[in-house]
Design a protein around this ligand. Structure first.
Ligand code: PGA
Length: 261
């Protein structure tokens, strides 16, 4: 498992279904115009997860800007007689690199089980998509209790998947759509527990944090996390650019600002 800093970092933006088609096109166009070029971004990878019908357009418009595209969900089933499903093979054909799996809004809102999440992760990996596996405790609790829940979710999600590149997005459910992200000390403690559980192991893992993440979230986490899973705070391109700027700051100044030094 790669630790923070020794692999590529990731800022992934989940557009959910907040933006319509025209708004998504505007957002994507603005990102393509304003994002610093790939060389200036160094080891920080940027990925965008729009709604299914907008994937192809996003992929086309962001390819030159070296921004990866991902889907917000994937079918656990292969292509075939499954009306309404979107299989991993199709997402791969459309140029997706990532797919979010097991987002809290699907686990809780749509009743997705650990078994279904594991099947989706396996389907994604079978088609060379990198799953962003979302895990998080449903209610506020101490870090040890939260860690137990998220480790169970993580191991269940990886149950059907051998050696593969994966991203674990630790997203405390109570911090999603909230005013503030979870406290850095809590996030760091849970993150350390996830890393300890998976290391050593067959998976090439990056660990990111999500849940009301935005400008100011990454700096205090940067020793323990490889990036962020961004929602609302990046739905304005300025928010994404601010977060990217922070990610590019030298780590010692981030630690000072985050109060860790
Ligand atoms: P939020 O969403 O930043 O808008 O809370 C994050 C997520 O659900 O991934």
């Amino acid at each position: 498992m790669s630790g923070a800093g020794d692999g590529r970092r990731l800022l992934a933006v989940n557009l959910k279904d907040y933006l319509g088609a025209a708004e998504t096109a505007d957002w994507v166009g603005e990102v393509a115009r304003r994002l610093p070029d790939a060389e200036a971004r160094g080891d920080v990878e940027v990925a965008v997860l729009p709604s299914f019908p907008l994937l192809e357009r996003a992929q086309r418009e962001l390819a030159d800007a070296d921004v990866a595209v991902g889907a917000q969900d994937v079918s656990a089933l292969p292509g075939g007689p499954h009306t309404g499903e979107v299989p991993a093979a199709l997402l791969a054909e459309l140029g997706c690199r990532y797919v979010a799996v097991g987002h809290a809004e699907r686990r809780l809102g749509l009743g997705e089980s650990d078994v279904l999440v594991a099947a989706k992760v396996a389907a994604a990996v079978d088609h060379d998509l990198v799953p962003i596996i979302c895990v998080g405790e449903p209610d506020p609790s101490d870090a040890a209790t939260a860690a137990k829940t998220v480790i169970e979710q993580t191991l269940a999600a990886l149950e059907e998947t051998g050696a593969a590149e994966v991203v674990i997005a630790y997203e405390p459910v109570w911090a999603i759509g909230a005013e503030e992200p979870a406290a850095a000390a809590h996030v760091l403690e849970v993150g350390a527990a996830i890393r300890e559980e998976l290391d050593p192991g067959p998976h090439d893992v990056r660990l990111i944090y999500g849940g009301s993440a935005g400008p100011g979230t990454l700096a205090p986490l940067n020793g323990g996390y490889d990036g962020l899973f961004l929602g609302r705070r990046a739905h304005r391109v300025d928010g994404l650019l601010d977060v990217l700027r922070e990610a590019l700051e030298p780590r010692d100044s981030q630690h000072r600002r985050g109060g860790l030094l």
